[in-house]
Design a protein around this ligand. Sequence first.
Ligand SMILES: *Cc1c(COP(=O)(O)O)cnc(C)c1O
Length: 395
Amino acid sequence: MRGRQFLFVPGPTNVPDRVLRAMHVPMEDHRNPDFPNLVLPLLEDLKKVFATKTGKTFIFPASGTGGWEAGLVSILSPGDKVLLSRFGRFSHLWGELATHLGLTVEIFEEEWGSGANPDRIAERLKADRSHEIKAVLTVHNETATGVTSDVKAVGAAIAAAKHPALHFVDGISSIGSLDFQMDSWGVDVAVAGSQKGFMLPAGACFVAVSEKALAHGMESGKNHRVAHAYFSLTDMLTNNAKGYFPYTPSIPMLHGLRESLNLLLEEGLPNVYDRHHHLATGCRAAVKAWGLKTCAVADHWNSDTVTAIVVPSDADAVKVISHAFRRYNLALGAGLDRLAGKVFRIGHLGDLNELMLLGAISGAEMAMHDCGIKIELGSGVAAAQASFQKRTRPV
Ligand SMILES: *Cc1c(COP(=O)(O)O)cnc(C)c1O
């Protein structure tokens, strides 16, 4: 098929041409004396995206899942209890990973389509007088259900309970797209991934760690920490301090990250967040005009990076996705886990503007119509157009 494929899964996202070009570089010696000129500013600029002044940032050669692991193993000890709110595929997988690493995971089941409940977390922490719970794990943006949790409120709940638990946040599909304030929200470990808001290929994860969490890691290291080697924050810190890595980094990825950070900082992070909100609002207007609902159980849960659309109960979302791909060259996100067949997702994060998203909305509309779902052709597109027109300045 001619023309570009419309890539509208919530990661990998579209890689801007500037980033693609920046990655097209010859290899170099990663121990050469100029290399720190590339590395040190990357670590500093990452801090701006996480909004941390006092934390340390890390780049690991792994997908986001590796970032989950790096944070947990370097800071916690085997058997440590962590409190995880589970409300979708990704929060489920994070809990599984923590269990495999030998941590004890206490799970708060929340309805899929909702998110973390700060009051419930505060109550549990207040009751934990012996401070058995070492960390609270929050998925900021549950990509499977298109739901954003209030990380700031969870941080405030931990503080209000006067509990020393560390706050670990999965920001893989939020950081770089949605407002995120590591220091002022009291986040201790935050994980981001290259292939979502950072508009890069998969293969790098970015982890930011607070001073409190680093100190906790040093302390547990004296006794026993979860066994680890490759994902050592200590080895990274030692090498990063001089602008190097303990092992060979992906050089194109680092050059791509330089350009991706340039793009985010040139646009201005508040403008990036505003653009995502604007695009998501248009997408939600389309869903409403189709007479369909998102997965979110209430409007305030709806995510600005991904919309999970529930198809009518007699329709099959798998067919819609496959038809959109084969007939219109449009890649939509699948429903995961218990949402398989019930939901398709439109990812609207990263390098994206109104007309690109209108193309995806139009394609989803045609695909649903072709598959016999009773929606009016053009209805979603028109609703999104009207929503976009309310803004007078370009995105
Ligand atoms: C994509 C994603 C992950 C998994 O990241 P990988 O890069 O696939 O390992 C984890 N959590 C969330 C919220 C995600 O969106």
